[in-house]
Design a binder for this molecule. Structure first.
Ligand SMILES: Nc1ncnc2c1ncn2[C@@H]1O[C@H](COP(=O)(O)OP(=O)(O)OP(=O)(O)O)[C@@H](O)[C@H]1O
Length: 690
């Protein structure tokens, strides 16, 4: 078929599909607002269908794959879209949901003679792919058609023309879905088994965040009825980042998943009994001045986040648990005796599954019920005797105090006991802060852990947990989150090469993955970077090389762009040159988002002032109020992590600003750029730049 007639045939098919979808939407009718439960349930189903049809009306599908199943006489064209839709009044699928088993062919097929296969609920299905076609559709209109594979006309393998087209687009201030161009190695992660703690090490721009969000949408589809969005949670590094990723799940038709930061979630769980000390001072300490490697290893965040600290607290909890059971029988009055064996039986058999404090509560009330029934059975009416017995009961319950997590944590860190757990000055300072009702970010994992062990989670277990930027997590944080699940089902993603919070995070994935049994953990690596042009990635790899031998350079998807420009400026000429570069870039009109990245908050304030005095308006992001609205932004490197911009200007990549230990920070800054990267430097350039 000629390209022209293929285009026309697709246009006709699209017009029919859209008419069908519109017709179905029109037939749904108004929402039910009454009290009848059955009607309410039916309305929910209709609403769910309406939402699916709305998604399909905007962009019915993005791909077509013609697949001939083994033993079938002819290939069948399968149209893949964000939401599956059956033709009106029939079972025939007008659009196949991208998450359906057969749709995986669209992502996994990479050309060649070998039969294509996919896993269906009935086992593996094989066959031949005849055509793989990308379609760009908006409403009723077909905007673009690219055949990446046509059997009989194949070149070496499926070409990436459509992907390159998508990557070349400019971006606004929100991350977007990638359903139409998910790559094979990403698809494997998205469709991986649910009951795993899946660790993903991926270079900057490899799509980790995007893939994790698509994985949630996949799991909800694949395990429909067994897992629920309200029992899923995403942890992201800060609120600015949360806002940045907030559009993806709704685009995929997924709602109700809590997206939060570990700190916000922890404070809520602790019922706001402690307030979080502002991280501004900690960030300033670690990012505004240079530090030696040994300082990181001995940092308080590393100590409190360590598995050893968790194990030490486990020891204290075990002692507390053991003390719940009295060593002596309870004898409230002469001749009344409740044996230790009986209490032990209740404690271990009846309440074995409960949290420590709940067991304490239940034991105390069971002893109380026992006493009341004994008094009744023995006909003790004497008031004096009764109140004596009650006083004994009171003493019994006071023997084991009821702790909240902050109370217990403080008690453990005070005095001699504290010095056995942490270096004495650190334990003392932490306890003093807790006394004021404050905790540092590094105390949240121990506090959450103690809270759940003492009082339980207080809500249903999570079906799935996503941890983004997990290289900044401590083993203790992971242990705290493990307590929130009945069995491990996590997607844990990050990049050790971007581990700029070395004072709190990990230096090797085994620190986290080693917390799981071998069978319940999985590991994937993503090496291809989709964000940036080849020139930018090659340049960033150079910076990366400064980190030493263990680095893994990012592999670019071949997308060429402007050369990276490194420009020396004089100290006096810096501010006007910076403003001039930004003004030039803005004038070009090619970029929706531009970032000027500084090393420190102080430098960012200078950059902002330089732009302002040149009459250029820019948003200034800082730790006290991180917010990203697109357009022109001035941001410190450590807050830019996870974000991306069409063009990035590193304001001062001089040797003075970035020492040999700052490779990760400079790498983060450079890899934020999609299409253009420029670097100014006052004086000598950073040694990392070669
Ligand atoms: N298969 C794909 N098709 C199209 N775009 C993609 C694909 N994979 C990733 N991208 C794009 O690449 C960019 C980087 O994705 P994302 O932010 O998820 O990567 P990341 O690995 O989390 O990056 P970082 O570690 O630097 O924060 C985004 O613009 C995303 O849309």
């Amino acid at each position: 078929m000629s390209a022209q007639s293929a285009y026309q045939a697709e246009e006709t098919r699209l017009a029919e599909a859209v008419e069908d979808i519109k017709g179905q939407l029109g037939g749904i009718g108004p929402r039910y607002t009454g009290d009848d439960f059955t009607e309410q349930m039916l309305d929910l189903q209709r609403e769910e269908r309406r939402q699916r049809l709305e998604i399909a009306r905007k962009e019915a599908y993005f791909g077509r794959i013609d697949f001939q199943e083994e033993g079938k006489p002819a290939p069948l064209p399968l149209y893949i879209g964000k939401a599956g839709v059956a033709r009106a009044g029939s079972d025939e699928l007008l659009v196949i949901d991208w998450r359906a088993p057969v749709a995986s062919l669209f992502y996994s097929f990479s050309g060649g003679e070998a039969p294509a296969t996919y896993d269906s609920p009935d086992g593996e299905i094989g066959g031949t792919v005849h055509l793989k076609r990308n379609l760009m559709v908006r409403q009723k209109e077909l905007l673009r058609l690219v055949d990446s594979f046509v059997r009989g006309q194949e070149e070496d393998a499926v070409t990436d023309e459509f992907l390159l087209y998508r990557l070349g687009e400019s971006k606004d201030n929100k991350l977007r879905d990638i359903v139409s161009t998910i790559q094979q190695e990403q698809d494997k992660i998205i469709r991986a088994d649910k009951n795993l703690a899946l660790f993903i090490q991926g270079v900057a721009g490899s799509g980790k965040t995007t893939v994790a969000l698509h994985r949630l949408a996949f799991l909800l589809y694949q395990y429909a009825g067994r897992i629920r969005s309200e029992r899923m949670i995403i942890f992201a590094p800060n609120r600015m980042f949360l806002d940045y990723i907030s559009g993806v799940l709704p685009e995929l038709g997924v709602g109700d998943i809590v997206q939060t930061t570990f700190a916000d979630w922890a404070i809520e769980l602790l019922e706001r009994e402690v307030m979080l000390r502002s991280p501004v001072e900690t960030l300033a300490y670690w990012f505004e001045q240079p530090h030696a490697e040994e300082e990181y290893a001995a940092a308080s965040g590393r100590l409190k986040g360590s598995a050893a600290f968790k194990e030490a607290l486990d020891g204290r909890l075990a002692e507390l648990e053991a003390s719940l059971l009295p060593a002596e029988p309870f004898e409230p009055l002469p001749g009344f005796q409740l044996t230790v064996a009986k209490m032990k039986e209740w404690h271990e058999t009846d309440y074995g599954e409960e949290s420590i404090m709940r067991r304490r509560e239940r034991l105390v009330s069971r002893v109380k019920r026992w006493l009341e029934s004994e008094l009744k059975q023995r006909g003790v009416a004497d008031k004096k005797l009764r109140s004596k017995a009650m006083a004994k009961l009171n003493a019994f319950s006071k023997r084991i105090p009821a702790y909240s997590a902050p109370q217990l944590y403080r008690k453990l860190l005070e005095g001699k006991s504290g010095a056995q757990l942490l270096p004495a000055p650190l334990a003392k300072a932490t306890a003093a802060r807790l006394k004021q009702g404050e905790a540092e970010a590094e105390d949240l994992a121990p506090l959450v852990y103690l809270h759940i062990r003492l009082h339980g989670l207080g809500r249903p277990f999570y079906d799935h947990i996503v941890i983004d930027e997990a290289q900044d997590y401590s083993p203790f944080q992971l242990e705290a989150l493990r307590l929130c699940q009945q069995q491990p089902s996590m997607t844990v993603l990050g990049d050790l090469q971007q581990g700029i919070h070395a004072y709190a995070g990990i230096s090797d994935w085994s620190e986290l993955s080693g917390r799981f049994d071998e069978g319940s953990a999985g590991y994937f690596e993503l090496d291809r970077s989709y964000r940036s042009t080849t020139e930018i990635i090659d340049f960033a790899n150079l910076v990366l090389a400064g980190m030493g031998s263990a680095v893994k350079p990012a592999v670019p998807v071949f997308r060429s762009g402007d050369p990276v420009v490194l420009e020396r400026v004089s100290a006096d000429g810096w501010a006007p040159r910076l403003a001039a570069v930004v003004a030039d870039w803005q004038r070009e009109g090619r970029f929706q988002t531009i970032a000027v990245i500084g090393r420190t908050e102080r430098e960012c304030a200078d950059i902002h002032a330089a732009l302002e005095s040149a009459g250029i308006e820019a948003a200034l992001v800082h730790a006290r109020q991180p917010a990203y609205g697109g357009g022109l932004t001035v941001v410190p490197a450590y807050l830019s992590k996870g974000l991306e911009f069409d063009a990035v200007l590193v304001a001062d990549a001089s040797a003075e600003a970035y020492g040999a230990a700052d490779a990760k920070l400079l790498y983060v800054a450079c890899t934020r750029a999609l299409h253009r990267l420029g670097l100014l430097h006052r004086g000598e350039p950073a040694v990392l730049l070669g």
